[in-house]
Design a protein around this ligand. Structure first.
Ligand SMILES: [Zn+2]
Length: 167
């Protein structure tokens, strides 16, 4: 069987940009560049800490967007192109009310990532509470919560490409 192709985290970007990232990885420069740009680690290591962190962000931007029933790190979550985190929402009728159970899961690898990348993934998953699809409204909401969202997502994808290339 041929080896499984590695995920292309930069598939949605112009080829020239993706090539630039590839070059920086080959030259051994990418990780240092990103660490210079994002030197801050974070202390969000447990599910409880993640829950508090997510709730704080939600309180700032999406106070009225319903309750979160669960927030957790997930080590089984493989980082693939569209699942850096997951957000699930199950609606059911309870008495006369429609209750929605919402969960946010974040890949465990984010424990060891710069603060900005954790923030980016949390913003991404929070935005899914309001917008299921990756559409224009979704990205507008992301940018509202995190003005440099697009740059962060690109840098995160560059970092994931680096991790994939170096093991
Ligand atoms: Zn998404």
């Amino acid at each position: 069987m041929p080896p499984k192709p590695s995920p292309n985290y930069l598939a949605g970007y112009p080829v020239a940009l993706a090539d630039q990232v590839q070059k920086l990885i080959e030259q051994g420069l990418l990780a240092d560049m990103l660490l210079l740009k994002y030197p801050l680690a974070h202390e969000v290591r447990t599910d409880k800490a993640l829950y508090d962190y997510v709730l704080e962000s939600k309180g700032t931007f999406l106070r009225n967007a319903g309750q979160l029933s669960k927030v957790a790190f997930d080590s089984k979550l493989h980082i693939i192109r569209h699942a850096l985190g997951t957000h699930t929402s199950i609606s059911r009728v309870q008495g006369t009310k429609l209750k929605t159970k919402r969960e946010i899961r974040v890949a465990t690898v984010f424990k060891e990532m710069p603060l900005e990348f954790l923030r980016m993934i949390v913003v991404h998953e929070l935005a899914h509470i309001k917008e299921r699809e990756h559409n224009k409204a979704f990205y507008q909401l992301c940018q509202h919560m995190q003005p440099d969202y697009h740059q962060l997502e690109f840098d995160l994808r560059a970092y994931l490409t680096y991790l994939e290339a170096t093991g």
